[in-house]
Design a protein around this ligand. Structure first.
Ligand code: PRP
Ligand code: URA
Length: 212
């Protein structure tokens, strides 16, 4: 069995190329945000590849035909604030009808434990496909807590997407939620002694929003 049975690394050359600039500390804030959106959009293409289709009769200018359209449940994107917000526009480009929930969490600097400050998602969770979004899966604490909150509201179908994941976080998330698939653009080397991903990209929220 693979070391990370829940993990899919989406390693398209364009994603790797864009990630190289996202990681680069010289990349300015505006470009950083644009690149994050582009990678999020490319990842969304892959993450939605199992969406079911149904036949639908349409008329082209030439004739009648049986075309196909996505038939699945209503999609809800749930960014983990703040940094998850940075990926939402990119995913919305591919799934414009998606609803958006928000989960506010920050990591306590000393304990690295997630602290909740906001939670708002659509109703009827059991009938929806959730995509939980956060650029960084570090210790996995924030992602695991957010997934738990969705499950407690009745969510049955959840995927998690990140730009960069640490092996420690992927393992911790799998232990907490073995039923949830994790998608990332890169499985990095490790966490450092203060819980940052190495080589990583630094603090995703700060780089997106120009804080610090
Ligand atoms: C970052 C990141 C994740 C979390 C990952 O958020 O966006 O939510 O850390 O770390 P973990 O896997 O160890 O929980 P942060 O707490 O810095 O908040 P921010 O997005 O508001 O900057
Ligand atoms: N949060 C970040 O923004 N970056 C990391 O490397 C780890 C957690």
């Amino acid at each position: 069995m693979s070391e990370h049975p829940n993990l899919t690394v989406i390693s398209h050359p364009l994603i790797k190329h864009k990630l190289r600039y996202i990681r680069d500390k010289k990349t300015p804030k505006k470009e950083f945000k644009e690149l994050v959106d582009e990678v999020a959009m490319l990842m969304a293409y892959e993450i939605t590849s199992d969406f079911p289709l149904r036949k639908v009769k349409i008329k082209t200018p030439m004739c009648d035909m049986d075309a196909e359209e996505v038939s699945g449940k209503k999609v809800v994107l749930v960014p983990i604030l703040r940094a998850g917000l940075g990926m939402v526009d990119g995913v919305m480009k591919l799934i414009p009808s998606a609803r958006i929930g928000h989960i506010g969490l920050y990591r306590d600097h000393d304990t690295l434990q997630p602290v909740q400050y906001y939670f708002k998602i659509p109703t009827h969770c059991e009938d929806r496909d959730f995509i939980l979004i956060d650029p960084m899966l570090a210790t996995g604490g924030s992602a695991a807590a957010a997934a738990q909150m969705l499950k407690e509201e009745g969510a049955k179908s959840i995927k998690f997407m990140s730009l960069i994941a640490a092996p420690e976080g992927v393992r911790a998330f799998y232990e907490a939620h073995p039923d949830i698939k994790v998608y990332t653009a890169s499985l990095d080397e490790k966490l450092n002694e203060v819980g940052y991903i190495v080589p990583g990209l630094g603090d995703a929220g700060d780089r997106l929003f120009g804080t610090k």
